[in-house]
Design a protein around this ligand. Structure first.
Ligand SMILES: Cc1cc2nc3c(=O)[nH]c(=O)nc-3n(C[C@H](O)[C@H](O)[C@H](O)COP(=O)(O)O)c2cc1C
Length: 322
């Protein structure tokens, strides 16, 4: 069916690779069968220092999976998703089987239209408040995928979490292994993976939050005083939860994009186990934090490149598949 369904498959893969990933590492591969797309974690692209367990890579793959499903839907097909279909192959994260014709709902089309528009905006946001209805919509998006998105509205809590982010950022700045990995993924403009200098954003002059240093240069700017910081949490942790959390993260990000909002990540406390434990206790809940990002009205920026589809697909003959 691959040949006859090629436009659906190409559209789905082009959408999938637009997912965010730490340092734009793009830790995914897609194995194409006669009527299936297998999403595989590319273990060679898991970041050894900031993501030794592959948690962030699985979040990224979960985001890619949601994009894939949305694109299949807007291409007029339904699909069935099996999570972790083979116990003997844990890197095989999901099998997507393309099904019969199906008309996508308007809400699905809106979300899918945001896949290409979304990007990490590390610049200052406008001071315009994010309306309550928009906050609700982004929270609901995460809830629809079984996760919780906590917006740090309480001033004391925001300051405590921002302080934790700053301290974790400082620890990473002093960590030579972390710095070497960051440098390796900070790429010249024109590279198809890694973070290009133009996406780095300026350094904040004071303010609550640091910005990760992706070749940002010496430019400094004042950031918004009251950032809207969101923490995505899940009731359990582990590979399946992380994959699903990635879908929740992406649904929240796409919903935000569809509402004209920008976002940028602050994973520093997620990448240091003791800081992640402190974040968990600060939230006063038993849930596990999975991702931290800032939301707001950004000034226009640009998307970052991705590797060509040829670099991320493998065509699998039928008999190799089960
Ligand atoms: C799990 C995860 C963690 C991330 N952590 C950070 C971070 O701490 N700081 C940052 O500036 N970007 C972070 N990013 C954003 C990536 O660098 C970004 O997604 C990637 O460079 C691709 O760019 P795009 O989001 O503009 O498409 C993270 C992304 C993911 C999925």
């Amino acid at each position: 069916m691959i040949l006859t369904e090629a436009p659906v498959v190409t559209a789905a893969l082009e959408a999938a690779v637009r997912a965010p990933s730490p340092h734009n590492s793009q830790p995914w591969l897609f194995e194409l069968g006669p009527d299936t797309i297998d999403l595989v974690l590319d273990e060679n692209r898991v970041l050894a220092v900031c993501d030794p367990d592959g948690r962030e890579a699985r979040l990224s793959c979960g985001a890619a999976l949601l994009n894939l499903e949305l694109a299949i839907a807007v291409a007029g097909r339904c699909c069935d998703v099996e999570f972790l279909p083979r116990k003997d192959r844990p890197e095989l994260l999901a099998r997507v089987t393309i099904g019969s014709r199906h008309r996508a709902a308007a809400a699905v089309q809106r979300l899918a239209a945001s896949i290409r528009a979304r990007y990490s905006n590390r610049r200052p946001f406008a001071s315009t408040p994010v309306p309550a209805g928009f906050r609700h919509a982004v929270r609901q998006a995460a809830r629809d995928e079984g996760a919780k998105l906590i917006l740090l509205d309480e001033v004391g809590l925001l300051e405590a979490v921002a302080g934790l982010i700053r301290r974790a950022d400082h620890v990473q700045m002093l960590d030579e292994r972390f710095q070497a990995e960051l440098r390796a993924w900070t790429k010249e403009n024109g590279s198809r993976d890694g973070v290009p200098a133009y996406a780095g954003g300026p350094r904040p002059s004071g303010g609550l939050l640091p910005v990760r240093h992706y070749g940002n240069g010496d430019q400094t700017r004042e950031f918004e005083r009251d950032p809207v910081v969101a923490v995505l949490t899940t009731p359990t942790d582990g590979p399946l939860t992380q994959l699903r959390a990635g879908r929740a993260m992406q649904r929240a990000l796409l919903t935000a994009t569809s509402l004209g909002l920008s976002a940028s990540f602050y994973s520093q406390p997620m990448e240091i186990p003791s800081a992640r434990a402190v974040l968990r206790s600060l939230l006063g809940e038993h849930d596990h934090p999975q991702a931290v990002f800032r939301l707001g009205y950004g000034f226009p920026g640009s998307t970052t490149p991705r590797r060509p589809l040829g670099a991320v697909i493998r065509i699998m003959p039928g008999e190799d598949r089960r």
